[in-house]
Design a protein around this ligand. Structure first.
Ligand code: SF4
Ligand code: SF4
Length: 368
């Protein structure tokens, strides 16, 4: 296992971290705790969860009870989150998380799920971020981090406003263009960078032929290729893998152990190939992001990628709702005046207006 320094914190964490939202059978307490312990025994030291991941915190707590016996010789680090906008809400969330996980403190506590600049302002104005600082001064949390689904530019602006010690963000071989500026900004301020959703929400393993270009070694699977693409990125501190079985622990660790650095030329080729191989996909370049009607075109087109790849209209709606925080009745879905400016700017020459109409139709179907 490789270990990387987490920004300025002085802490080293494993380059592969465990994401705690994919336990299959949460009623199987011993089985789930066994997966956590197996990950720890294989050298994984970063464990991410959230109060909203079902029983994830409780299941981690069972494993941590055992793992704490060896924590002084083999440290491990826990990340969890609060999405509450008020000081009282944040404190209550933290107390619940500590109790559920049998811990005295949280290593990396996240201002959770900043989906747009407005939700960041709400946490600031509501006093949530001040409460994080208070919890840190009390020793109940060690580091203040943030998790966000905003675009790279929006995240960069947020990091410019507040010096978070770590950033948790979705980033993969499929969507790196959307978040490139966020990684650059976090790296420049020497914040830890934790990447979630490294397999593009399952799209990469479900489309092995389309993503075969990501393989750089013989007999490498696309999953290994996609993980190694991230492991090769020196800006990234740790890549979270949602582990739901001991076999998946072994595969993730094997991807790390078998990692060989990829040359910059090869990385550039892979990035360009993404553009060539996915002509009908939005690449997240954002050249279209100047809609006079304020339609967030790159977000809508990213969502439509999921319909193209999964073949289901509903996939766009799921992506908009759960990744971008845009619900089926959000007015932005209906603000397009069909002026065509975005299509003129689109580097992929995508039929954006047609796709927006398809999204509107799918949204209407969900509402009816
Ligand atoms: S066509 Fe629609 S989405 Fe594109 S720029 Fe014009 S109003 Fe905005
Ligand atoms: S210009 Fe085209 S490819 Fe680039 S983000 Fe906009 S829709 Fe996507």
């Amino acid at each position: 296992m490789k270990y990387n320094l987490f920004g300025k914190t002085g802490v080293s964490v494993s380059a592969i971290g465990m994401g705690g939202m994919r336990f299959k059978d949460q009623s199987d307490v011993d089985g789930c705790a066994g997966i956590v312990k197996a990950a720890y025994d294989k050298g994984i030291t970063y464990f991410d969860t959230a109060s909203g991941y079902g029983k994830s915190e409780e299941l981690y707590g069972v494993a941590f009870n055992e793992m704490k016996k060896s924590r002084s010789e083999r440290p491990f680090y826990v990340a969890t989150k609060s999405s509450k906008p008020t000081p009282e809400g944040v404190r209550q969330d933290l107390e619940t998380s500590l109790k559920r996980m049998n811990l005295d403190y949280i290593d990396f506590y996240h201002v959770w799920c900043i989906i747009n600049p407005g939700s960041y302002e709400k946490r600031k104005i509501g006093g949530a971020i001040r409460e994080f600082e208070k919890l840190k001064s009390e020793g109940l949390i060690k580091h203040i981090c943030v998790s966000s689904h905003m675009t790279g530019e929006e995240i960069a602006a947020m990091l410019n406003d507040y010096p978070f010690e770590g950033l948790l963000v979705g980033y993969s071989a499929m969507n790196f263009s959307y978040r490139e500026r966020a990684l650059d900004a976090a790296s420049k301020m020497n914040a830890g960078i934790v990447v979630m959703n490294p397999l593009g929400g399952g799209i990469i393993p479900q489309n092995p032929d389309r993503f075969s270009f990501i393989r750089t070694q013989e007999k490498e699977s696309v999953v290994e290729g996609a993980l190694r693409f991230l492991l090769n990125d020196s800006r990234i501190t740790t890549t979270l893998v949602g582990l739901s079985s001991i076999q998946e622990v072994n595969e993730a660790v094997a991807a790390m152990d078998g990692f060989k650095p990829i040359s910059q030329d090869k990385v550039n080729t892979m990035r360009n190939h993404l553009k060539d191989a996915f002509n009908e996909l939005c690449t997240g370049c954002r050249y279209c992001d100047k809609c006079p009607a304020k339609v967030p075109v790159p977000k809508l087109m990213d969502a439509y990628n999921h319909t193209v790849l999964r073949g289901k209209d509903q996939a766009s709606i799921d992506r908009l709702q759960w990744h971008w925080g845009i619900t089926p009745d959000d007015p932005v879905l209906h603000a397009c005046t069909e002026c065509g400016i975005c299509e003129e700017a689109c580097t992929q020459k995508l039929p954006i207006r047609e796709r927006i109409k398809a999204i509107q139709k799918a949204a209407a179907a969900v509402k009816s």
